[in-house]
Design a binder for this molecule. Structure first.
Ligand SMILES: [Zn+2]
Ligand SMILES: [Zn+2]
Length: 136
């Protein structure tokens, strides 16, 4: 049940994300805005190749090698574009996934699909059971 005081959240509006609570996260919206239109286009096309590869590979679609290759090669291109565009990619903080509508733990960053190693559950909106009592 939604809380009365919770604003309707546009997943692409970073100001509605958790940036105020976790200021040290990388804002993907800001990253996107730093790319030139040409980089954005190349990144998006490589993203399609990457996603098709990942989907086909996970579904066991033949030929396996082709989908695995598309997964890897598309991601490689995307990483290269970001590395070229951002100032210090080696020191990037983890991304704020709330801007793409993904719930994640404010301490460890786990998500519904990528839970902690020993398993965890949500004990707060942005805190998992494995991180209970930890400081972020
Ligand atoms: Zn956690
Ligand atoms: Zn967790």
């Amino acid at each position: 049940m939604p809380h009365d005081d919770s604003p309707v959240r546009n997943p692409l509006d970073s100001s509605m994300g958790r940036l105020k609570a976790i200021a040290n996260l990388l804002n993907p919206v800001t990253c996107w805005d730093q790319l030139t239109p040409e980089q954005q286009r190349a990144f998006g096309i490589a993203g399609i190749v990457h996603a098709i590869g990942a989907i086909g590979f996970l579904n066991g679609t033949e030929p396996h090698q082709a989908f695995m290759a598309a997964d890897v090669e598309g991601l490689e291109i995307m990483g290269g574009i970001l590395t070229e565009a951002l100032n210090d990619p080696g020191a990037l903080p983890r991304p704020d996934m709330s801007v793409i509508g993904i719930r994640f733990c404010r301490i460890c960053g786990c998500t519904e699909r990528c839970a902690c190693g020993d398993g965890c559950s949500w004990i707060e909106d942005d805190l998992c059971s494995a991180c209970e009592g930890k400081q972020g």
